[in-house]
Write a protein that binds this ligand. Sequence first.
Ligand SMILES: Cc1cc2nc3c(=O)[nH]c(=O)nc-3n(C[C@H](O)[C@H](O)[C@H](O)COP(=O)(O)OP(=O)(O)OC[C@H]3O[C@@H](n4cnc5c(N)ncnc54)[C@H](O)[C@@H]3O)c2cc1C
Length: 373
Amino acid sequence: MTETTNVVLVGAGHAHLHVAAHAQRLIEHGAHVTLISPGDFWYSGMATGMLGGDYEASQDRLDPASLIEAHGGEFVADRVIGIDRHQRLVRLADSPPLAYDLLSLNLGSRVDPSSIFGLSSADNVWPVKPLSGLWRLRQQLESALAGDAEAPSLAVIGGGPTGVELTANLVALYARYGREPNIALVSASERLLPNAPRAAGAWIERRLERCGVRLELAASAVGHQAGELRLDDGMRLNVEHVVLANGLIAPELTGELGLCCDSRQGLAITAALHSPDDSRIFAVGDCAWLRQAPYPKLGVFGVRQAPVLLDNLCAWLAGEALRDYRPQRRYLSVLNLGDGRGLALWDRWWWKGRLALKLKRRLDRRFMAQYGV
Ligand SMILES: Cc1cc2nc3c(=O)[nH]c(=O)nc-3n(C[C@H](O)[C@H](O)[C@H](O)COP(=O)(O)OP(=O)(O)OC[C@H]3O[C@@H](n4cnc5c(N)ncnc54)[C@H](O)[C@@H]3O)c2cc1C
């Protein structure tokens, strides 16, 4: 009889959903597969639409326990708080340690509120990760918007695709209650969507301003105290809520393993998706840093890594050669603008309209349908 190999998947991220759905392949190679996650998978592709009122929370989340169990694996509802590489143990917040032979990390990313003075300790600060916070934000805003009091004032920090998409959907949420948006969008860059074609950025700036959003460009938020957000140009904004979308960074855990890593980018990985210092530890998605070809922190990269990760875990179990992952150079992103239209960005091309959003909705539905049990 062959010995069982413990394959432990930490985090129900995009790539691990795929591995969980194909866990049988690992089991056929003699593995016992365990997926650890503190809760549901929340899908970022539909998260801004959820904030704007297009979707309910139940439509934006998947249950990883049902998924892995339906495919012969085990689920542990917990959070990993440490990894002992010498004993090959995963330490959990609320359960006994778990032994592994092969470990894969798909932990996602976080936002760092400590980059703005006073923000970490303030109330009503909403980092965009974890995504479940956006659902709580919507609930709080809805109960305020449904009342007679003035619409809550809010600042979104970050002028990239996430900040723009969130702002557009907040406008939509306020409009559902017949309210003018009491919203400011603060960005350190001189224009919105600085990495997109200039015309796309200019178009979205005009559109948001026409909707009544106050744009504070070329200004960094530097401090927050008693409901006042301070910008580095001296401007002060009175805000009840701050949504933080100023960039995703790696989770702290990746820096605590004693392996090569970058504090912002994450755990270093080779093209075969494992640590260069420990070939038993794989990492994918936002928590991983492919040093020779760094990729942006976007779910679409985790999706493309998924089949390579699955093949390589199987190859490792079979003692075969691993294959390389190469990040795509171009990728499509479609922003949901909250008004029935989408803004599609593909390399130097962009287009906008209802068809773009229709395409996004179809892709999102297809992704979620793969893993719903
Ligand atoms: C508002 C918003 C909209 C976005 N829209 C898009 C988009 O349209 N397209 C796109 O490609 N990207 C988008 N992104 C980026 C995208 O969210 C991330 O790149 C993506 O979620 C990363 O996926 P992942 O598979 O690495 O991890 P995730 O999908 O974030 O999953 C990580 C999992 O790990 C779990 N976990 C974390 N720590 C631990 C621990 N210690 N122990 C156990 N489990 C743990 C978490 O609970 C979570 O389930 C968006 C981001 C935001 C914030």
